[in-house]
Design a protein around this ligand. Structure first.
Ligand code: GLN
Length: 569
């Protein structure tokens, strides 16, 4: 069988849920028995998402092999319950960079290298490479941006060329939005018609239109879209807002989208496993007891609006862990700078998370919040910066190291309990900022008997990742020298717990429950906990590997603590 490609583009507005639609299509086809994968194209010049502020771009999602990508890759992983690697991600910058580098190596054999066709050719090569590496039967490709804008036109051109090469193997899906203006009170199809015309002018005719809207689209409007957008009426797919994104595959299936796609490719379902997913979604909807979790961060504001996009994997990980315990999370946003003044507002929460972060703004607020949790037995989970600052707080307020800090914020501190990794110092001196943090999956050995160890064991994660590491052909250094009790989590950081202070911190009761042993014998602290408390921290980002079917152990730990607190109150 030749690989099939489904190109998903968005129309009318951004943020209609193209990523979730892409992931859902891949999920449905996977459950029909095909090997599927997803590719994300980001139209910006940045070579990866790592150099952008999260309020600009949303979360930077880190892959197992250490690429800094778009949050949609996270959606793909969560829906497919599989790791998606770097080969499935590209940006305009990345594509141009490789074309230019090839030109410098004379790989175009003296030809004039042009935007068209060489850029689209490179894009097509990348599609095929991803198909080959993942051995996918069906590749679902999400073109970032909205049709009609200048930025993604070369990617649409690549998609058009791919279709020209093998018309039977490529189909196009437009994810559109149908507004219901308040003063008219009627769902309008015209913007979708214009989006289709835009696609047509790029030489592309959609095969399916997914109609995102507040409510389901009725027969009259379906017929209108079919006529004016030139597609089969039963290929106009209704996709109203839903309570949980995990419902979307079921919603699309209600419209028969999976079978219609297979039909179009001349394929038949090999099995049907979507019922398992349906059960999960049912359980999600039945989780009703509310548990309040506060996230202390600083990447919320965007003009007059508050965007949760910067912490999307953290939010999803909270949900997965909550649902696994049969409760419903209610998430509160706590502005770190507010908590600098007053921590009283924190008492209402059943659990608190300080997620990843960078720089000085809001740091004292985060440290205040951590202190509040430690002193008042509020369940706490610190992720990366949140773990580093938990160490700073403990050093200051328990070990009496008054001005203890991370050297990221205070280089003059007498107690640099968090300091830059030695391997990072040269990199920083040369100002090589892009893609140079300690990125991707690294193994840690957990100390038996620690609460962290018990959580990973209970969740079936202990050692289970080691074989996966080898299977993915990732480099040996990621495993380090450890043999047993190994867990594999993803990272994105330059600083670490300063080894010089470990003993002093341990003496006062900080427990380091797991570490990564580098080839040179030095150890990087990966997990902390406090005895008898629901208080955890990790240098990693376990949120990136949390799935509906496989919640992240530390999030389960946090939620168990939070549920107890909720039941007590
Ligand atoms: N700023 C910290 C570091 O670079 C933490 C990074 C993070 O939270 N992702 O180590």
């Amino acid at each position: 069988m030749r690989t099939k490609f489904i190109i998903v583009a968005g129309g009318v507005i951004s943020g209609v849920g193209k990523g979730v639609a892409t992931a859902s299509i891949a999920k449905i086809l996977k459950d029909y028995g095909y090997k599927t994968t997803c590719i994300k194209i980001d139209p910006y010049i940045n070579v990866d998402a790592g150099t952008m502020n999260p309020t600009e771009h949303g979360e930077v999602f880190v892959t197992e092999d250490g690429d800094e990508t778009d949050q949609d890759i996270g959606n793909y992983e969560r829906f497919l319950n599989e790791n998606i690697l770097s080969v499935n991600y590209m940006t305009t910058g990345r594509v141009y960079l490789s074309v230019i580098e090839r030109e410098r190596r004379l790989e175009y054999h003296g030809k004039c290298v042009e935007v068209v066709p060489h850029i689209p050719f490179e894009v097509i090569d990348r599609f095929k490479k991803a198909a080959e590496v993942t051995k996918a039967d069906i590749v679902v490709i999400e073109v970032g941006g909205t049709v009609g804008e200048y930025q993604n036109i070369l990617f649409l051109e690549a998609a058009r060329m791919l279709h020209l090469q093998n018309p039977e193997d490529v189909l196009f899906v437009l994810v559109s939005y149908l507004p219901v203006p308040k003063n008219i009170g009627e769902m309008k199809t015209k913007p979708t018609q214009y989006a289709t015309i835009s696609l047509n002018s790029a030489g592309i005719q959609p095969d399916f239109i997914i109609c995102r809207a507040e409510t389901a689209i009725d027969a009259v409007r379906k017929a209108k879209i079919a006529t004016f957008c030139n597609i089969q009426p039963d290929h106009v797919i209704s996709a109203p807002d839903v309570e949980t994104i995990y419902d979307v595959p079921l919603l699309l299936e209600k419209e028969g989208m999976g079978k219609k796609i297979l039909d179009k490719f001349g394929m038949k379902p090999k099995k049907n496993e979507l019922a398992k997913w349906e059960k999960k979604v049912e359980a999600i909807k039945n989780s009703t007891d509310e548990v309040k979790i506060g996230i202390v961060g600083k990447y919320f504001d965007h003009g007059d609006y508050v965007l949760a996009d910067s912490y999307i994997s953290v939010i999803e990980a909270i949900k997965h862990a909550s649902w696994s315990l049969g409760v419903k999370p209610v998430i509160g946003w706590i502005d770190a700078q507010q908590v600098e003044k007053d921590t009283a507002s924190l008492n209402q929460y059943h659990g608190i998370i300080v997620p990843g972060g960078f720089g000085a703004r809001g740091v004292e607020g985060k440290i205040n919040a951590i202190r509040f949790c430690r002193e008042n037995n509020v369940p706490y989970l610190g992720l990366c910066y949140g773990m580093q600052l938990a160490v700073v707080e403990f050093a200051r307020n328990v070990c009496g190291m008054k001005d203890a800090h991370t050297t990221e914020v205070n280089k003059e501190t007498h107690y640099p309990v968090i300091d830059m990794q030695i391997s990072q110092r040269g990199v920083m001196a040369q100002q090589k900022y892009g893609g140079t943090m300690r990125l991707g999956a690294y193994a840690a050995a957990l100390n038996p008997g620690s609460a962290v160890y018990e959580l990973y064991k209970k969740c079936g994660r202990l050692d289970s990742d080691k074989s996966q590491l080898l299977k993915n052909n990732l480099e040996d250094f990621r495993l380090g020298t450890m043999k047993n009790n190994v867990v594999l989590e993803r990272h994105r950081h330059r600083y670490e717990v300063n080894p010089k202070f470990i003993e002093a911190l341990e003496k006062k009761g900080m427990i380091f429950s797991g570490s990564h042993e580098r080839a040179d014998g030095t150890k990087l602290m990966e997990f902390i906990e406090l005895k008898g408390k629901s208080f955890f921290g990790t240098q990693a980002h376990p949120e990136f590997k949390s799935r509906v079917e496989n919640p992240a152990p530390l999030f389960v730990g946090l939620m168990e603590g939070a549920v107890k607190r909720m039941r007590r109150s």
